[in-house]
Ligand binder design. Structure first.
Ligand SMILES: Nc1ncnc2c1ncn2[C@@H]1O[C@H](COP(=O)(O)OP(=O)(O)OP(=O)(O)O)[C@@H](O)[C@H]1O
Ligand SMILES: O=P(O)(O)OC[C@H]1O[C@](O)(CO)[C@@H](O)[C@@H]1O
Length: 285
């Protein structure tokens, strides 16, 4: 069996472990596809030994992409045709919920077998408790909070730290819980007043964690800065979260997701992987 493997959407720490995990088999021939769905369209295929991949490194060593043309049925039909022409029997896609939707449509419209490995720092993917990269991104935020609080205390300041996650607040909420920081998960005036009041009552340096997807985020940041009596500073942690060194957990689960994807395809099953109750499982399309 010849299986194509690609990364799609934002890179996520642990994607490299997942890609390596797919190649950890002697029962299938794995072909890496560079730069996501675009790579199929442009026929940028590479055999595993042609690419340097380290599970210990963030990023997607085989490249990833956001490829808008894939939203068109005619592009998906063309891509299925190319996959057949290249002799591929199935596809493994490591990506987030957009990549999942693209894979779902590819399968529904063309019947091409595909398994999606949940890989995005946002932890927003159907039927899984966990997406690859979340733990590493969370670790990155924790390290930032550890460092920021030192300079914050030196100057008696409060930091508003923006974190990624698109519409999902999971990174912000988990980072705040893990670090005894204050999450800003609701932009209502009541909530912002309550946060400012608590910070003022305590009168000491704090880190407030703001999710990037907070509605009216800029207004909320300005409102809090006005209401908080200590001096406030704003920092966006941004892409550093995606570039975070993969934690051992993300390397382990990445390896397992990759290897399981191949096992399922060899057993003629496809769909999308997830982790539930500590187990890796497949949901069917
Ligand atoms: N509705 C859709 N129909 C078809 N293809 C889609 C759709 N949404 C996304 N895709 C494909 O998946 C790619 C990645 O999607 P998207 O940019 O939403 O990232 P993602 O997979 O959700 O990852 P991340 O969470 O890291 O952003 C898109 O560039 C496109 O090729
Ligand atoms: O790399 P881009 O296209 O700017 O995407 C940024 C987005 O990707 C993510 O890092 C992963 O989905 C989001 O948290 C963020 O909003």
């Amino acid at each position: 069996m010849q299986i194509g493997v690609l990364c799609s959407g934002g890179d996520a720490p642990g994607m490299n472990a997942a890609v390596l995990g797919t190649a950890d088999t002697s029962e299938a021939e794995v072909v890496f596809i560079k730069n996501g769905y675009r790579g199929i369209y442009e026929r940028t295929f590479a055999f595993p030994n042609a690419i340097e991949i380290e599970a210990s490194q963030a990023g997607a060593a085989i490249g990833t992409a956001r490829f808008d043309e894939f939203r068109q049925p005619k592009t998906r039909a063309e891509i299925a045709k190319i996959l057949h022409e290249e002799g591929l029997d199935a596809l493994v896609v490591a990506g987030g919920n957009g990549s999942w939707e693209g894979a779902r449509l590819l399968k529904a419209e063309t019947g091409f077998p595909v398994i999606v490995v949940p890989a995005t720092i946002d932890n927003d993917f159907p039927n899984t408790d966990y997406t690859l990269g979340f733990d590493s991104a969370l670790d990155c935020i924790s390290n930032a909070v550890d460092d920021l609080i030192l300079t914050a205390r030196s100057h008696h300041r409060v930091f508003l730290l923006e974190v990624m996650g698109r519409k999902s607040f999971e990174l912000a909420e988990s980072a705040a819980y893990a670090n005894f920081s204050i999450p800003v998960l609701d932009e209502s005036k009541d909530n912002l007043d309550r946060i400012a009041e608590n910070v003022n009552k305590q009168g000491r340096s704090q880190i407030l964690i703001v999710p990037e997807g907070l509605p009216d985020k800029q207004d909320a940041i300005e409102y809090l800065s006005e209401k908080i009596e200590l001096e406030t500073k704003y920092l966006n942690l941004s892409y550093l979260q995606r570039g975070a060194k993969p934690t051992t957990y993300d390397r382990l689960i990445g390896h397992r997701f990759g290897a399981e994807a191949i096992s399922y395809l060899l057993a003629n099953q496809d769909g999308y992987l997830g982790r539930k109750d500590g187990k890796i499982m497949l949901s069917n399309w």
